[in-house]
Design a protein around this ligand. Structure first.
Ligand SMILES: Cc1ncc(COP(=O)(O)O)c(C=O)c1O
Length: 316
């Protein structure tokens, strides 16, 4: 039996995403078991720990319903297959729904907003770079967190810095190796900014945990899909919404010097939704306030998120 979600929480029950509300974070799923997060532990020889050898996904959850289940599962499956990690049962939709529902319900998160985090590593084996013997079971972990959308920041508009994109050449895989993203985000935080916009060979690739869009000469511009960016699920939805609104789109990267001439700049991501960027490197973008296209796309995105989660059948 899982522990009651009402027991007193200890500090290490909390591994919050930001921004978050930690009151209900109790239950975790690890290799088929449900247990208090504070009791979930990984052997030191887990390849995720020693090599960052694994992938992850984050879902947005509204009133107990996962948003865009299939697209996130497809991206997880793509990452596993590219890294040749065998696909655990959790990558099946019915299993994911069952695990998510139990985590959410027993953590008191069936109402309001939450996130579901899933991580799969190549498993536990003596440390050697090459793959462990066939049959080594992947480590499978999931947890849920209360989520509070950053709406105050959205209303003001966020700020960003630019930073070199020093990542490897398979940024399309959502690996747990996030050190360049961590360093970029920390550099932003130390300069009082929200996000770091990464620049590779003079062009804007993406943010530390969101895709980046610009509005230039009347068109929405963003880096094309490929090995240099993560194919963001929110990115896809934003492009679908912009298309439906007949806003011109060009999936063509803009350059670092272009940033100075943008009418608007915005981010898109699972925990970001659509977020206007009003300053980059302390210089205003457009008028230095959230622009009409980002504002419209956020309104449409939020309506789509709420409608898709409301339309899904209620979890048993
Ligand atoms: C590097 C990077 N780019 C983009 C995104 C946005 O992807 P999604 O919209 O699927 O959350 C993320 C999300 O974590 C990310 O880490």
């Amino acid at each position: 039996m899982p522990p009651s979600p009402c027991r007193a929480l200890r500090r290490d029950d909390y591994l919050p995403l930001e921004p978050t509300d930690c009151r209900h974070h109790v239950l975790a799923y690890l290799n088929g078991q449900y247990l208090p997060r504070s009791a979930a532990s990984i052997p030191v020889e887990d390849r995720g720990f020693v090599f960052g050898d694994g992938v992850y996904e984050v879902w947005r959850v509204v009133n107990g319903r996962l948003f865009e289940t299939a697209r996130h599962l497809a991206r997880l499956s793509h990452g596993l297959s590219e890294l040749r990690i065998s696909e655990p049962d959790l990558v099946r939709r019915d299993v994911l729904d069952e695990v998510a529902n139990r985590l959410l319900s027993e953590s008191g998160l069936l109402e309001g907003e939450a996130t579901l985090y899933v991580e799969v590593t190549r498993g536990v084996a003596p440390r050697t770079h090459q793959f462990p013997p066939a049959g080594t079971k992947p480590t499978v972990f999931a947890m849920v967190n209360r989520f509070v959308p950053p709406n105050d920041l959205r209303a003001r508009g966020a700020s960003a810095i630019t930073t070199p994109d020093v990542r490897w050449l398979r940024c399309d895989i959502k690996t747990i190796q996030l050190l360049p993203n961590v360093m970029a985000k920390q550099a932003a935080a130390e300069r009082g900014a929200t996000e770091a916009i990464m620049i590779r060979d003079g062009v804007v690739t993406e943010g530390s945990h969101a895709n980046v869009f610009g509005v230039l000469d009347g068109e929405i511009r963003t880096h094309p899909l490929g090995n240099l960016i993560l194919p963001g699920i929110t990115r896809t939805i934003v492009l679908e919404l912009a298309n439906a609104l007949s806003i011109p789109i060009r999936e063509d990267a803009f350059t670092e010097p272009d940033i100075g001439r943008l009418d608007e700049c915005f981010l898109a991501g699972t925990t970001t939704d659509v977020m206007p960027i009003v300053r980059v490197n302390d210089r205003p973008i457009g008028r230095g306030t959230p622009g009409p296209i980002a504002t419209r796309l956020f309104t449409e995105f939020r309506a789509h998120l709420d409608a898709s989660c409301a339309a899904m059948p209620a979890s048993p």
